[in-house]
Design a protein around this ligand. Structure first.
Ligand SMILES: NC(=O)c1ccc[n+]([C@@H]2O[C@H](COP(=O)([O-])OP(=O)(O)OC[C@H]3O[C@@H](n4cnc5c(N)ncnc54)[C@H](OP(=O)(O)O)[C@@H]3O)[C@@H](O)[C@H]2O)c1
Length: 396
């Protein structure tokens, strides 16, 4: 709620990148679901685009006619400073974040403004830790990356699973992701960018290790498992080296509830061996293609920024993440599931994360924090109310 430095801020929530594909879905979600007392604004680099978006929103939600518009550009540090100083929480969809994101994180850290984004880029998260975590701790800003399908269902799903297991014992959790969906130009650009930056990703991880205090007296790990047939789910499990397991390990390191020795393994779950082999080959081919700048540029051109799957396609999309947790002689099977993972549910997760930081009574945190650490129970409650399922399937 409005306290201290926050009291003079013009807005509770500002949505930056509102004119992009996920940005517009997030704006629609806020138009439909933000509480009436929430003072929120649309932000982006293009006033005409923002005005057109406001008109589209007003056609369905007349109360949006007066929505304030904030013009800011990722390349203009002064505009980012003004943006950060105007808000209690900034939610941004302006990516690839490794290209466009750092200035805004720095501005929020400096202004003591809470920040949420949709990054799935490990390099970006490590770099902002090195550059801005210390300042954010000083000002009280909460910097919460990965508030979309990367990594909310995985981070909160493991948090939920851990709550079903005994305290103060070593815990093991495996997560198995399945989805039926399509992706947008922005996501494709971010994935190709990441595939082409292997060396930079390793360098940023190394930098982070030099800065981050080591965990003392407990262990929290997320090693890459090998491919295997999972008897628990009856599917093939392929290791998924995304940002998600890193986020889970950071939550485990921060929260004693994950026990003295915690291990998480993250997998894609596929039904048959040919599908498993095909999936591995397709990812390998994309990584290989991204190493060649002309091929990467050609692929980027084929997927236009601002475009993504149609509403009909999204309505048929779904995701399910199953977890198997064990510890202290107990075993539990849980699941987080919902609709279109990359866009509809991602927009919902981003908007609810921003609203949670703005309005929920949360544990006191600051600096770079995960969704589980910053908002765990409150965000699970919000997402459940918004139709994302968290359930215990059975206990073994
Ligand atoms: N975590 C997840 O699960 C998940 C899911 C979906 C997307 N994402 C990520 O979210 C990001 C957005 O995806 P998208 O599909 O919405 O992409 P998009 O349609 O290309 O939107 C990008 C947005 O960034 C804005 N932008 C670009 N350069 C800018 C600058 N210099 N200053 C200010 N704004 C600028 C664009 O503004 P204009 O409209 O003016 O061009 C647009 O609003 C991507 O990084 C994607 O990887 C993550």
């Amino acid at each position: 709620m409005d306290t201290g430095a926050d009291a003079g801020r013009a807005y509770d929530v500002v949505l930056f990148g509102a004119t992009g594909f996920v940005g517009e879905l997030t704006a629609e979600y806020l138009a439909a679901h933000a509480p009436t007392e929430c003072r929120w604004a649309l932000a982006g680099r293009n006033r005409a685009g923002l005005t057109a978006l406001r008109e589209r929103l007003t056609a369905s939600w007349p109360h949006c006619a007066e929505l304030p518009l904030v013009v800011a550009d990722a390349a203009d540090p002064g505009s980012l400073r003004e943006l950060a100083e105007s808000a209690r929480v900034v939610a941004t969809t302006v990516g690839p974040y490794v290209w466009y994101g750092d200035g805004l994180v720095g501005a929020c850290a400096e202004a003591g403004t809470d920040y949420v984004d949709l990054t799935g880029e490990a390099e970006f998260v490590d770099l902002t830790y090195v550059r801005h975590d210390a300042r954010a701790r000083e000002t009280g800003a909460r910097i919460v990356h990965a508030c979309g399908f990367d990594s909310v269902p995985h981070d909160l799903g493991v948090y939920f699973t851990v709550q079903q297991l005994p305290e103060d014992v070593p815990l093991r959790v495996d997560g198995f992701v399945r989805a039926g969906a399509q992706f947008s130009g922005g996501t494709f650009a971010s994935a190709l960018t990441a595939f082409g930056r292997g060396r930079e990703i390793l360098r940023a991880a190394h930098e982070r290790r030099l800065h981050e205090p080591r965990l003392v007296g407990r262990r929290a790990r997320a090693p890459l498992g090998g491919p295997r047939f999972s008897r628990e789910t009856g599917t093939w499990a392929l290791p998924l080296p995304t940002l998600d397991p890193q986020v889970v390990a950071r939550s485990a390191a921060a929260l004693d509830r994950y026990g003295p020795d915690f291990r998480y393994r993250h997998y894609a779950s596929v039904k048959t061996l040919p599908m498993a082999l095909g999936g591995t080959a397709a990812i390998g081919a994309s990584v290989a293609a991204a190493q060649l700048p002309p091929v990467r540029a050609w692929l980027m051109e084929r997927y236009q920024a601002g475009q993504g799957p149609s509403a009909e396609r999204r309505a048929r999309s779904w995701f399910s993440v199953r977890f198997v947790g064990e510890g202290g002689g107990r075993r539990v099977f849980t699941e987080v599931s919902g609709g279109d993972p990359g866009y509809d549910e991602t927009a919902k997760m981003l908007a609810e994360s921003a609203l949670s930081l703005a309005f929920d009574p949360l544990p006191k945190t600051s600096g770079q924090v995960t969704t589980a650490v910053a908002m765990g129970d409150a965000l699970i409650g919000r997402l459940r109310s918004a139709g994302i399922r968290f359930r215990v399937a059975h206990r073994g």
